[in-house]
Design a protein around this ligand. Structure first.
Ligand SMILES: Cc1ncc(COP(=O)(O)O)c(C=O)c1O
Length: 350
């Protein structure tokens, strides 16, 4: 049993779809499949352009950065955890990064970001929407809208946020966003979905490509006929199609997001019932991850795995060995959370 932030448990219908017979990636069946998936996802992203990239979430993030950043260009990266730091490391390869950080558990909102946006001199802003390492949902909308009003291009890592937290690129002022198939949509890992504004594409088109694999010009041209520049992970596209059908049968993506919010609220109550404090500050609760300080976390994780087969996620950096994440992401049910919570209670004797 997985209580992890991704890969998450994959329902049987999705696994069956992934096992379908192979098709030719330049044939009509492939175009139908891509058209179906990309049209639905683009509508949900509300982005001017939408691309499917074969690679993990990081591939999508790198595609956003490689196309939106010019050599030597200054990028303001707002970080509050491991994935914010990784975003800064990626951006640093393509431009010149100024990273500003919040203490772990604290969220980014416009009030806290304004000064850096106003004074950094950066022309690109990059941030993580949902910081998976700590379970903090940053105010991507408030921050990106403001950064755009100041003429910046905005890049958002929505890897563990999309399909669980609201996302509307046009309304949020997001120029480039990426997510991964193994997160809230509940598919196996291996695909990244990327949304880009016309402005982001124009910027990329105005310069020399900075990556061969991630050159958005090629993706844009191929997407006109629902294809990709290179061979896509065809089986995963079948899985995504099945996931979207499953989500649709259960009320659609908005209902899927609502279920995440309910799972998050339920998990916060569970954490409090253990006598622990939710790590994320109030107002920045993640819809997918609820963390708390747990001093002997490695031992607890081992006992949960050995005794109950419950796999939980490791912790990172400053919090190494003393942080526990309850993950409510993907196609989980309340009954499954109850089973996992029961095991955690037994191991903690609470
Ligand atoms: C917020 C965030 N960004 C980036 C990543 C990296 O994604 P991947 O491992 O699919 O490359 C993850 C993975 O957990 C994540 O949660």
């Amino acid at each position: 049993m997985l209580l992890t932030p991704g890969p998450v448990a994959v329902p049987q219908a999705i696994r069956d779809a992934e096992g379908k017979e192979m098709i030719y990636h330049r044939g009509s069946e492939m175009k139908e499949l891509m058209k179906d998936v990309a049209t639905k996802l683009k509508a949900d992203f509300a982005s001017d352009n939408f691309f499917v990239v074969t690679g993990s979430g990081t591939a999508g993030i790198e595609m956003c950065v490689a196309n939106c950043v010019k050599p030597e260009e200054k990028i303001l990266v707002l970080s509050n955890g491991t994935f914010g730091d990784k975003l800064a490391s990626c951006a640093d390869i393509y431009g010149s990064v100024q990273k500003v950080s919040q203490p772990l558990g604290k969220g980014w909102n416009l009030e806290r970001a304004k000064e850096a946006i106003d004074n950094s001199g950066a022309t690109v802003l990059a941030m993580v929407y949902n910081e998976t390492s700590t379970g903090v949902l940053n105010d991507a909308k408030g921050i990106c809208k403001y950064a755009k009003s100041k003429g910046m291009l905005t890049i958002v890592d929505a890897v563990s946020a999309w399909a669980a937290a609201p996302l509307n690129c046009r309304d949020f002022g997001i120029d480039a966003v990426a997510t991964g198939s193994q997160k809230a949509i509940g598919c196996p890992p291996g695909l990244s979905f990327v949304g880009m504004s016309s402005e982001a594409i124009s910027k990329a088109e105005a310069g020399k490509p900075r990556s061969f694999y991630f050159d958005v010009r090629k993706y844009k041209k191929e997407m006109e006929t629902f294809q990709t520049p290179t061979t896509p992970a065809v089986s995963l596209l079948y899985a995504v199609q099945a996931a979207l059908e499953l989500i649709e049968r259960k009320g659609g993506l908005d209902a899927h997001r609502k279920r995440h919010l309910e799972g998050a609220a339920y998990s916060r109550e569970f954490v409090k019932s253990l006598g622990k404090e939710v790590f994320s500050e109030n107002g920045f609760y993640s819809p997918t991850i609820t963390g708390f300080i747990l001093e002997n976390a490695d031992d607890i994780r081992k006992r949960l795995k050995d005794k109950y087969g419950l796999v939980t996620a490791r912790d990172f950096g400053e919090l190494k060995g003393r942080f526990f994440r309850v993950c409510h992401i993907g196609h989980f049910t309340k009954e499954e959370l109850d089973i996992a919570f029961g095991y955690i209670r037994e191991v903690l004797q609470k």
